[in-house]
Design a protein around this ligand. Structure first.
Ligand code: PGA
Ligand code: ZN
Length: 379
């Protein structure tokens, strides 16, 4: 496929910050892809550059993208040959990803199929929904998550989680005097109730088919020596005990980043000693090399997948393949700063992910609603 034109523009993300959109024109029409960004980022993610810098870099590399590319792998190879650093520090990882995602859409358009079909997948994942959390230090634990154990259909899971989310808001308004129905960056309820209290409420209302997850995002609690909470400071051993006790007491099904991003060993200890899904987000940063280090010691039994941590579609595919080969569960995830692009839903289905991590309200429904359309198409 040879494109007719490629251009970039500044658009805005859900956190009101400017971000990048890439537009590609082919004989078949136009496609647009935009790039999300994170707030609690791993230090192992690709380098993002601001739009002003990107708009100086892009004209210098634009000409490389008018070749006759056979598939997305060739485009991504071109991106890596233009920037040979391992974190896209020369051209910006956000520019690399914007180009890669736009080409993915262009190839799909060229073949006349939806993106998930172009990628070759057909599995509807289960949703992992962020329903409550903190904002600017209001809660020590970043995200309280709800997910279905069994799924009849995606739309039914979302229907039930939406009910739970609304019910949760009502309960917070009675139990938390500071609660004002405010939402955080991922449109989850912001509450200042202690973690154990939130977990008790979720346990009471969730019903039999739903289970509870946490994203502890522990790198943000780690001060280099200890885990610093509002009401306690824990050593690594104490953190292992604390997380294990939460898993036991609240029958947690999913725990993301219970330790900081360099502590593969503690991940491995927890994974060996619990039946829960232990998910690496900041730990792996969707980086194949870091995943392989984790696999050596069975650090986790699940991976979070965020294409914008690594910068190309091909790198994302290779990461997912390696995780699956080693029977790790795959969770394709949004970021706290999202856009109105619904490509994430296609990636989750196209890569046959087990789960997709999403917000349940506000602008977050863009991805949910696209998944509902894909589910209908596939049934
Ligand atoms: P981020 O956080 O998108 O702000 O980096 C989300 C997460 O840790 O899963
Ligand atoms: Zn996370």
């Amino acid at each position: 496929m040879r494109i007719e034109d490629i251009k970039i523009r500044k658009i805005f993300a859900t956190n009101s910050k400017p971000t990048l959109e890439v537009e590609i024109k082919t004989k078949k029409g136009k496609v647009y892809s935009s790039v999300p960004f994170g707030t609690s980022k791993s230090k192992y993610e690709i380098v993002y550059k601001d739009f002003e810098e990107i708009s100086e870099i892009f004209p210098r590399i634009k000409r490389y993208f008018f070749e006759d590319f056979r598939d997305i792998r060739e485009v991504d190879r071109m991106l890596h040959s233009i920037d040979t650093s391992d974190n896209f520090k020369k051209i910006g990882g956000n520019l690399a990803l914007g180009i890669s995602l736009a080409f993915l859409k262009a190839f799909s358009l060229e073949e006349g199929v939806p993106v998930y079909k172009y990628l070759g997948g057909n599995t509807i994942p289960k949703p992992v929904c962020n329903v409550a959390g903190g904002w600017k230090g209001q809660s020590d634990i970043q995200e309280f998550l709800i997910l279905p154990l069994h799924q009849d259909s995606f739309v039914k899971s979302i229907d039930e989680i939406s009910d739970l989310y609304l019910k949760l808001g009502e309960i917070f308004s009675k139990k938390d005097p500071t609660f004002k129905f405010s939402k955080n960056l991922e449109s989850a309820w912001v509450t200042s109730l202690p973690a154990e209290e939130i977990l008790k409420i979720l346990t009471n209302i969730k019903g039999e088919n739903f289970v509870i997850g946490l994203d502890i995002a522990a790198s943000s609690l780690w001060n280099g020596e200890k885990y610093v909470y509002k009401d306690k400071i824990l050593s690594t051993m104490q953190q292992i005990e604390y997380v294990s006790s939460l898993i036991r007491e609240f029958k947690l099904f999913y725990v993301e980043d219970p330790f900081h991003q360099d502590d593969f060993v503690s991940f491995s200890v927890l994974t060996k000693n619990s039946k829960c899904l232990i998910v690496g987000d900041d730990l792996y940063a969707t980086n194949l090399r870091r995943l392989k280090s984790g696999l050596d010691i069975s650090a986790t039994n699940a991976v979070l997948v965020k294409p914008n941590q690594i910068g190309t579609v091909t790198d994302t595919i290779d990461f997912v393949k390696e995780a699956k080969k080693n029977r790790l569960k795959v969770v394709v995830s949004h970021r706290s700063g999202e856009t109105d692009d619904n490509l994430l839903s296609h990636l989750a289905v196209g890569l046959d992910a087990d789960y997709i991590k999403l917000g349940i309200s506000g602008e977050r429904v863009v991805k949910i609603n696209e998944m509902i359309r894909i589910e209908e198409e596939l049934s």
